[in-house]
Design a protein around this ligand. Structure first.
Ligand code: SF4
Length: 437
């Protein structure tokens, strides 16, 4: 974090938020004031006006943040929710070559991983014992797995922990699995739902703009395919989250268009539970390290993070009212500031997260429910533990969550965990650093 970011944080910590809204609007420029006052009077923010809001700076930025805080209070009140979840990245083997990805490995790499069904189920069971209500599961597009593997993963968890909500498989994985299974995405999703899939993450969206996307993912999953799969999920009764990955070769025009597209989908299907802005984590991402594409940035700036959450709050108001901050990517301090800039959800406690860390994020692994509650209370908001689908489960008005013992490494277990390299050699030795639980 640079000096100007630090200064901005100090100013925002002292800012009156929505309570200073009238004053903030008076100090804003006419164009920004027109958009914000129009919205407060009930007008939807157009894609073009959304793009203008992304240019806000100085007093305009303060007016934008105060308006987002006001609208957040109007739409969802002062509660801040989170979900107790465990992330399981069941394989990091992937040949799709997304340029922003520092997570994927080749089969023969020493740290290539394919976690056995038994180990996946075991991790879910441990998570359940530690209070998790959700397993969030994603992985690379491993060339050797069968189309049925996705169903097998769900069934393995459900056999051990039937009540667990399984939030799994990005649209990219659904695209891949349905091709392997020789089913339409809708039929594949139906099969997974039948097996116990509860909802899908709206990840792999990156930026839903063909030109940007082709550069990021070599157009493996087109923007239209992402949209079609999300709509197909909603069509078979599975809800999804929605995301954006910003701060690389993109800009305000793409951001406003992306949010506008999500709003259009939501107007049609109503299947999106939340919007999660994901700042690009650059440090180990090939896109940044290898500089193949000119003009790649080292992630978004602090004021861009603020604007992304605030503009989303306003553009999506009444359609997607849960705006989540990813503390994994931004860290608890910035996450707390964002709670006064339109955000009402802190996402998951995670328990071991590897995708962001692989691209160089400084945070990850685990934040306990007790720590989550403290962050929320320190922002003068009321913590609520929720289900994946935003059903409130426990409000921490006058008590704390039960303390949880930290995850501990456990001895190697060759049956639970099989490394990719071992498979290639017909052995079943384990990789120790992944044997947690
Ligand atoms: S982002 Fe996902 S699909 Fe793309 S290379 Fe990484 S693991 Fe593979």
């Amino acid at each position: 974090m640079n000096t100007s970011d630090r200064e901005l944080i100090v100013r925002l910590k002292d800012a009156p938020g929505r309570h200073g809204l009238p004053q903030a609007l008076l100090q804003a420029s006419p164009v920004i004031r027109r958009i914000l006052e129009g919205h407060l009077a009930g007008q939807e923010i157009s894609r073009a006006d959304g793009e203008i809001l992304f240019s806000a700076a100085g007093p305009d930025l303060m007016a934008l943040l105060a308006t987002a805080d006001f609208v957040r209070h109007q739409r969802v009140g002062d509660k801040v929710s989170f979900v107790v979840t465990r992330n399981i990245n069941f394989t990091n083997v992937c040949y799709m070559g997304c340029r922003f990805c520092g997570f994927s490995r080749k089969r023969e790499d020493d740290d290539a991983q394919l976690i056995s069904l038994n180990e996946v189920a075991h991790r879910a069971e441990v998570a359940s014992q530690r209070g998790a209500t959700e397993i969030c599961m994603q992985g690379g597009l491993h060339p050797d797995i069968k189309g049925t593997h996705y169903r097998d993963l769900i069934e393995a968890i459900k056999a051990r922990v039937p009540e667990m909500h399984i939030h799994a498989f990005s649209p990219f994985e659904i695209w891949y699995g349905s091709k392997k299974r020789r089913l339409s995405p809708a039929d594949f999703l139906s099969e997974l739902k039948q097996a116990g899939l509860g909802s899908i993450p709206g990840t792999a969206a990156e930026i839903l703009d063909t030109e940007i996307r082709q550069q990021l993912t070599r157009d493996k999953l087109s923007a239209q395919a992402w949209v079609d799969i999300i709509r197909a999920a909603h069509g078979v009764g599975l809800r999804s989250t929605s995301t954006i990955m910003y701060g690389h070769i993109d800009g305000p025009r793409h951001w406003a268009a992306h949010i506008d597209l999500l709003r259009t989908i939501q107007k049609d299907t109503g299947g999106i539970t939340e919007f999660v802005p994901l700042g690009f984590v650059h440090s180990e991402a090939p896109l940044f390290v290898e500089r193949e594409i000119p003009g790649v940035r080292a992630g978004a700036t602090l004021d861009e993070h603020l604007k992304m959450h605030a503009v989303a709050r306003l553009m999506l108001a009444g359609w997607i009212d849960n705006i989540q901050v990813s503390w994994v990517k931004l860290g608890p301090e910035v996450a707390q500031i964002l709670l006064s800039s339109g955000v009402n959800d802190m996402g998951g406690t995670l328990m071991d997260e590897s995708i962001s860390r692989s691209s160089g994020a400084s945070y990850g692994e685990e934040i306990t429910a007790a720590e989550m509650v403290k962050i929320i209370r320190d922002a003068n908001r009321l913590p609520v533990r929720r289900s994946t689908l935003y059903v409130p489960l426990e409000t921490y008005a006058d008590h704390d969550p039960q303390a949880q013992a930290p995850l501990k490494p456990r001895p190697y277990d060759p049956i639970r965990f099989i490394s990719q390299r071992s498979m290639a050699h017909g052995r079943t030795t384990a990789i120790g650093e992944l044997a947690h639980g």
